[in-house]
Design a protein around this ligand. Sequence first.
Ligand SMILES: [Zn+2]
Length: 114
Amino acid sequence: MSSRSSDNELLRELLTPPRRVGQGMACAKCAKFFRRIKSGVVVEEGMPTDRDQKEWGPYKLWRADLFECPQCKTQVIAGFAQHNFAEHYQDDYAEKRDKEPPIVTVNDCGGMKP
Ligand SMILES: [Zn+2]
């Protein structure tokens, strides 16, 4: 009896299209909607290696989408995957990074993290 309910929940989850993060973003300056110009770009998140946050090293590799304002060409990276696909302590981190070089390394401990 209770398994039917969880089957229905699973089915609903499988049939629901993935949430399109980033949909509806608009450029505040140009009043134009951002366009997704590339999906699945690689972004590296850095971590400070000293107390003053002057030196940074690799931390995590993320996939996200690249958006652009059609008018001013401002680019935004959004729609981060739910989980990173590599972390600095893993043996194959450098290999993964070399295979798909990040379009940017974000060295910033503040703000909204992925
Ligand atoms: Zn713009």
